[in-house]
Design a protein around this ligand. Structure first.
Ligand code: ATP
Ligand code: MG
Ligand code: FE
Length: 332
């Protein structure tokens, strides 16, 4: 089957075409309007999606060399995400599927982040554990098949991407700050500073405590030395990143031990982090893990992962009716 997929859950308008399980392209328009506000402004996101969706879809079809009448289905992100943003993608997909007389496929964005692993080789072997780390989520997911997955641990408050971004904001780095912390951390000493860790029971996470710890740490240090941040920026970033990765790995190792699973994948925007990638690679030799890390463009929000998920759903004839509604807090 040939499927067009649309992603509009947050601040990326994206369209991709998949044919017989192979991604033909992945067009992404990133919204820059949010930068000056230091976070995604929902109303501005909706308007930008409206502006971008037609050219992005046109470009995806054109570059793939596919005429819209060749499509067998149209897929879209149903949730989780911002309601106004999801509405733009879902309305567009419905209208297009209706107009072409083809099935409509509703896709869960978090399931798609995980199934991004099936776009290219090497593909994880079932069952595997996926650490999904993004701007809105931090989850350990037990994946039994493309359609069967369950969350076995997750954050009780902030997502780890949010912790990266909020720390970056305190350091007056641009938004989103995760990639900047990553870059500066590569030149710093991860052991330079220590932050107190609070531990959640079981396989769950909490990232709100570390955020406050960083805030107090910076406040106390700059009180005695106003140039503290600029003189130590690399070490500060390296230490923050080291702490966050340590927290992520601790629970992931626990989950691997509990389930006896050594097939380990990461997904979501924070999976682009070089320190996390390295820490995971190290477990190949240390714990005998088989580690799967997606290509960078399939880590952050993209329609290719929505298309991949839609392909699996098409094979199961898992279609949606025209009255399907966006679900901002959609679960698996
Ligand atoms: P969700 O998927 O939970 O709805 P989202 O779609 O906003 O949230 P993604 O686009 O998957 O999240 O990821 C964005 C997050 O990834 C941001 O918090 C960003 O700072 C973070 N991020 C991207 N690159 C890096 C990096 N190299 N190091 C750390 N964080 C990063
Ligand atoms: Mg995003
Ligand atoms: Fe995402």
């Amino acid at each position: 089957p040939t499927i067009l997929a649309i992603e509009s859950s947050c601040d990326e308008t994206s369209a991709a075409v998949i044919r017989n399980g192979k991604i033909l392209n992945n067009i992404i328009a990133t919204q820059s309007v949010h930068q000056r506000y230091g976070g995604v402004v929902p109303e501005l996101a909706s308007r930008a999606h409206q502006k971008h969706i037609v050219p992005v879809v046109d470009q995806a079809l054109k570059e793939a060399g596919i005429d819209k009448h060749q499509l067998d289905a149209v897929a879209f992100t149903q949730g989780p995400g911002l309601l106004g943003a999801l509405l733009v993608g879902s309305s567009f997909a419905k209208a297009m599927a209706w107009g072409l007389g083809v099935p409509l496929i509703a896709v869960n964005h978090m399931q798609a982040h995980i199934l991004a692993h099936f776009i290219e080789d090497p593909k994880p072997v079932f069952p595997f554990l996926c650490l999904t780390v993004s701007g809105g989520h931090t989850q350990i997911v037990l994946v039994e098949s493309p359609m069967h997955m369950q969350v076995i641990g997750e954050t009780q408050d902030d997502a780890v991407g949010e912790a990266f971004d909020k720390a970056a904001k305190m350091l007056e780095l641009p938004y989103p700050g995760g990639p900047f912390i990553d870059k500066l951390a590569q030149k710093g000493n991860p052991e330079a500073f220590r932050f107190p860790l609070s531990e959640m029971p079981g396989l769950n996470y909490s990232f709100s405590g570390i955020k406050t710890a960083i805030l107090y740490f910076l406040r106390d240090q700059t009180k005695t030395d106003p140039t503290f941040v600029e003189n130590n920026i690399n070490d500060i970033c390296a230490s923050i990143q080291h702490t966050l990765i340590h927290m992520l790995l601790q629970k992931l190792k626990k989950a691997a031990k509990q389930t006896g699973i050594k097939q380990i994948a990461i997904a979501g925007g924070v999976a682009a982090n070089s320190g996390l990638r390295q820490a995971l690679e190290n477990q190949r030799t240390e714990l005998g893990w088989e580690v799967y890390i997606p290509k960078f463009e399939y880590c952050t929000d993209n329609a290719a992962m929505i298309a991949m998920t839609a392909h699996f759903k098409y094979l199961e004839k898992d279609f949606s009716s025209m009255d399907v509604a966006p679900m901002p807090r959609m679960k698996f």
